[in-house]
Write a protein that binds this ligand. Structure first.
Ligand code: HEC
Length: 151
């Protein structure tokens, strides 16, 4: 009896700690988009002239964006992880789960723009600028429809 209680107590202990860590799908999703944002920020800085243009660095950032853009995102949009389910934790709007086909369409647009970017990233600052602008449009198109302004 005593032993059972102790075992149960030991098993129960980690649970509150897990709950406090937040939802793992939301954390992965935000981490994924943070990576995209980091690579995009580096390229936008070069395109704007805030950072000196460097063909090899631009190609490396573009290659990372291509890698990220081929990720299917399905796991990142697991059911039960909208801002209606988890207020304050995420900006993902419930409309995502009513329009999963459109999410895939937008993901494919991101992928296509990333491929175009990778093809010209080494061709100079002007070429980079127009491809970054196009890629940024595919980010914005999803954020406008499916991301809340605030948490
Ligand atoms: C298919 C839709 C979609 C596309 C395409 C998309 N995003 Fe997002 N993005 C989201 C959603 C939804 C969130 C909110 C995630 C959350 O809060 O759970 C988000 C959040 C973010 C965040 C904030 C992450 C954080 O810290 O919480 C950044 C940065 C970001 N996106 C950058 C980008 C960039 C850069 C691109 C394009 C290269 C892009 N996104 C393309 C849907 C998209």
């Amino acid at each position: 009896m005593c032993k059972t209680l102790i075992t149960l107590a030991a098993l129960a202990l980690p649970l509150p700690a897990v709950a406090q860590d937040g939802n793992p799908v939301v954390e992965a999703r935000q981490g994924y988009f943070k990576l995209l944002g980091l690579e995009m920020g580096a390229l936008a800085g070069m395109a704007k002239g805030e950072v000196e243009y460097d063909a090899a660095a631009a190609e490396a950032h573009a290659a990372d964006i291509v890698t990220l853009s081929t990720y299917t995102m399905d796991d990142l949009f697991a059911p039960g992880t909208s801002n209606a389910d988890l207020p304050g934790e995420t900006r993902a709007l419930p409309a995502i789960w009513e329009n999963m086909d459109d999410i895939q369409t937008k993901r494919q647009a991101l992928d296509a723009a990333a491929q175009e970017l990778a093809a010209i990233a080494g061709d100079g600052r002007a070429a980079l600028g127009s491809a970054v602008g196009k890629l940024g449009g595919t980010c914005k198109s999803c954020h406008d429809d499916y991301r809340a302004e605030d948490f």
